[in-house]
Design a protein around this ligand. Structure first.
Ligand code: CA2
Length: 157
């Protein structure tokens, strides 16, 4: 993870993607759209650049790796955008790791989880996120970065 070389606070946001999001764009386009995760990463980098932010973009299928990434971000980065995917609905470990972070956290879901199956309606991550964006497709990631930029305020001139 990058850290600032000066005493300036970090402007790097961790954009963390959970299990199976590496398959984005390969099936279920009616739910998740046609964009791949590489397209989402490009959108995040372009959006972040315009906001004076950097992005550390990651995806893992492993709950432990996601917890480790959150713990690393905790002391080094400026905020977290997270699409926890299926771990949203199951992972108390991820919720606890996020709760231990004193950073702006925005949860993103490509689909509107509230108009889908009942088991997707509960997100443990929502209990500790500062904001939740669902149903906006990849644009949700851009909106999340805008929200974090607004909370951080302007960076160095
Ligand atoms: O809507 C979202 O972003 C979700 O976080 C996506 C998760 C799902 O478990 C959540 O309930 C809602 C699923 C991610 C897997 O996405 C795939 C996309 C295309 C092909 C296979 C998986």
């Amino acid at each position: 993870m990058t850290s600032p070389t000066s005493n300036e606070p970090s402007r790097t946001v961790l954009v963390l993607n959970g299990p199976n999001l590496n398959l984005l764009g390969t099936r279920q386009p009616e739910i998740y759209g046609a964009d791949t995760l590489a397209d989402v990463e490009r959108l995040c980098r372009t959006t972040a650049g315009g906001l004076g932010l950097d992005v550390d973009f990651r995806q893992s299928n492993s709950e432990g790796a996601l917890v480790d990434a959150v713990q690393e971000a905790r002391s080094a980065l400026a905020g977290i955008v997270i699409n926890p995917a299926a771990y949203s609905h199951t992972s108390i470990a991820l919720m606890d790791a996020l709760a231990a972070c004193d950073l702006p956290i925005v949860e993103v879901h490509l689909s509107n989880i509230h108009r889908r199956e009942e088991f997707r309606h509960l997100s443990y991550v929502s209990k500790v996120a500062g904001a939740v964006i669902a149903g906006c497709g990849p644009q949700g990631y851009a909106l999340a970065l805008q929200r974090i930029a607004a909370l951080l305020g302007p960076g160095p001139a």
